[in-house]
Design a protein around this ligand. Structure first.
Ligand SMILES: NC(=O)c1ccc[n+]([C@@H]2O[C@H](COP(=O)([O-])OP(=O)(O)OC[C@H]3O[C@@H](n4cnc5c(N)ncnc54)[C@H](O)[C@@H]3O)[C@@H](O)[C@H]2O)c1
Length: 312
């Protein structure tokens, strides 16, 4: 049996697939952009095919040919920028195509990426950690589509008895992240490239999780036959951009990070206090200290730009 990964040549997918291969799994990855040099090095255990998740024929024919018993959908538009029709096709119809094909083919377990964005702004909850059962306050395109994806999964679970699990990643970070929330990434990568960077508010709150940690979460959840819950918060490291800048300056004393204002950003911040005890209890995940990840990202960028590594 293989694993069928949709949207697997993106930022998270290229980290998920090697972990699956390392566990001895065979992977068929379908992506509209099949160009993934890092996957090419994984040999016969990985096949990358071009396919469009918005086209049901592409999804079911490739899923069937893969003979997969587990499916993970990572394809999405990470932003609010698409016109409604295109966004709905990719984010909503694409998800339905994935669930419906998995239903028809009797897939054992389907996993998809939801997001912390379903919860909307932290101020809706006060200063307390948000759980998977809390009300969803998403108002923008991306978060509203993720919230609806969770409903789609519930509908398939209730009406067809399927096993479908959502993971809600927090603000995923890594040296090559270019889509979605990127201010917390740029706060590390720009100084590592010796570039100056400025942000509106030092007290803007984020909850980063390193892409290697979220890849591990996806794999653990995917490989379980019947998780106890349908939705899992990843959680991460609650931190303000000002505090993150201080960590970066600890490694790069000359870092040119500035803020237009010290306060005013917290009130407008998305969900930054997240209860991930469900995931931790059931899957035993433990994240590396965030400070160490910051150093690794700095050194990844320095390696890319021909600079020597910094010691922790
Ligand atoms: N990166 C984050 O911070 C973050 C946070 C929360 C949730 N997520 C979710 O995790 C998932 C993966 O995110 P990512 O950061 O790897 O994003 P990404 O944009 O790097 O990867 C998405 C992949 O989907 C593919 N894709 C786009 N349209 C497609 C189509 N029509 N058919 C087939 N494939 C298509 C893209 O080519 C890309 O490889 C997404 O669902 C995203 O919403 C990401």
């Amino acid at each position: 049996m293989a694993i069928f990964v949709i949207g697997g040549t993106g930022f998270i997918g290229i980290r998920v697939i090697p972990l699956l291969v390392a566990q001895g799994e065979t992977v068929v990855c379908m992506d509209i952009n099949p160009n993934a040099p890092t996957l090419a090095g994984l040999g016969d255990q990985v096949t990358v095919v071009r396919g469009d998740v918005t086209q049901f024929d592409d999804v079911i024919s490739n899923m069937e040919a893969s003979k997969a018993d587990r499916v993970i959908n990572l394809s999405y538009n990470l932003g609010q920028d698409l016109p409604p029709h295109r966004a709905t096709k990719l984010n909503i119809v694409g998800m339905d195509n994935c669930f419906e094909a998995a239903r028809i083919l009797g897939v054992k377990h389907t996993v998809f990426a939801s997001s912390l964005a379903v919860s909307g702004q932290q101020k809706n909850f006060g200063e307390r950690a948000v759980t998977e059962d809390d009300y969803k306050y998403a108002v923008v395109q991306y978060g509203s589509h993720k919230a609806f994806n969770e409903f789609q999964a519930k509908d398939y679970i209730e009406k067809h008895g399927m096993t479908i699990t959502a993971v809600r990643p927090a603000n995923v970070t890594g040296p090559d992240k270019v889509r979605g929330s990127v201010d917390h990434v740029n706060c590390i990568t720009r100084p590592a490239r010796r570039e100056a960077i400025s942000f509106p508010f030092a007290d803007a709150m984020r909850i980063p999780i390193h892409v290697d940690d979220i890849a591990e979460v996806f794999v653990r959840v995917l490989m379980k036959d019947k998780p106890a819950h349908a939705i899992y918060n990843s959680g991460g490291q609650t931190i303000s951009l000002g505090e993150l800048a201080d960590i970066v300056r600890g490694y790069l004393p000359d870092a040119k990070i500035s803020f237009e204002k010290q306060t005013g950003g917290k009130e407008a911040s998305g969900n930054y206090l997240i209860d991930n005890s469900r995931l931790v209890r059931e899957f035993g995940v433990q994240y590396r200290p965030y400070r160490e990840w910051v150093l690794q990202i700095i050194n990844d960028v320095r390696a890319d730009t021909g600079q020597p590594p910094i010691r922790g």
